[in-house]
Design a protein around this ligand. Structure first.
Ligand code: IMP
Ligand code: MG
Length: 186
C-alpha cells in the first residue's frame, strides 16, 4: 500500500492530526510476512490454534494468518482492560472464550501490543490451565515494559516507542483502528 498524503490521513481521522507515522503500511506488511515464515518454521508438527485477542489484533491477525504456510485453526478471545483511558488499570475481563478445544494443541496467542503485559499474564494463566501442548505469544508491537511474561513472547513484530499508538487495529476510545499505518497520537 502506498503512503497516504496528509489530507488523506485527515480525511480518515475526521481532521484530528496524528503526531507522526511510526510504521508505514508497507513496513508492517513486510514484517508480518517475516513473522508468518518464523511461525511456519517454529511449528513443524501438531495442531496449531491461532487465538486472536480482540479487538486490537483483528487486522494483524487477518494479515498474519494468510502468511502462515501450514494447517492452522483460528479462534478469538475477547478481554477488556483499558476502557476509554490511555493508562492500563490492570483489570482484565474475559468477555468471549474460545469455543475450540485447547487441550493437546499448540496455542499461539496473537496480541496487538504489549504494554504492562498484565492482560497477557492473566490470559496465559487461564489458557495454561487447559493443558495445551504449548503456549506462546505473537505480538505485533512490544513496549518491552513487561517482565513477567518475557519468555512466552516468542514472536514480536516491532519494538514500540513509549507513546500511545493508534492504527492497524489499535484504538483510542474505539477510534483510529482502521488506519492502515501505525501512528503516535500525540
Ligand atoms: P497491557 O495489559 O498493559 O499490556 O495492555 C495491553 C492492551 O492495552 C493492548 O492489547 C491494547 O489493547 C492496549 N494498549 C496498550 N498500549 C496501547 C497503545 O499504545 N495504543 C493503543 N492501545 C494500547
Ligand atoms: Mg484497546
Amino acid at each position: 500500500m502506498s503512503t497516504l498524503s496528509s489530507s488523506e490521513v485527515l480525511r480518515r481521522t475526521g481532521g484530528r492530526p496524528v503526531k507522526s507515522i511510526i510504521f508505514e503500511a508497507a513496513t508492517i506488511a513486510a514484517r508480518v510476512e517475516e513473522l508468518g515464515a518464523e511461525i511456519t518454521e517454529a511449528y513443524p508438527d501438531g495442531d496449531l490454534l491461532v487465538l486472536g485477542l480482540l479487538k486490537g489484533s483483528f487486522i494483524f491477525l487477518s494479515d498474519l494468518v494468510r502468511t502462515i504456510k501450514r494447517p492452522i485453526q483460528v479462534d478469538f478471545l475477547v478481554a477488556s482492560s483499558y476502557g476509554e483511558g490511555k493508562v492500563s488499570t490492570g483489570t482484565v475481563r474475559l468477555l468471549y472464550d474460545p469455543e475450540t478445544r485447547l487441550e493437546g494443541k499448540h496455542i499461539l496467542l496473537v496480541e496487538d501490543i504489549i504494554d504492562t503485559g498484565r492482560t497477557l499474564q492473566r490470559l496465559m494463566a487461564l489458557l495454561g490451565g487447559r493443558r495445551p501442548r504449548s503456549l506462546a505469544v505473537c505480538a505485533l508491537l512490544d513496549k518491552e515494559l513487561a517482565t513477567e511474561i518475557r519468555h512466552e513472547v516468542k514472536f514480536v513484530g516491532f519494538r514500540a516507542p513509549p507513546a500511545f499508538l493508534v492504527g492497524y487495529g489499535l484504538d483510542h476510545a474505539e477510534n483510529f483502528r482502521h488506519l492502515p499505518f501505525i501512528a503516535d497520537l500525540e
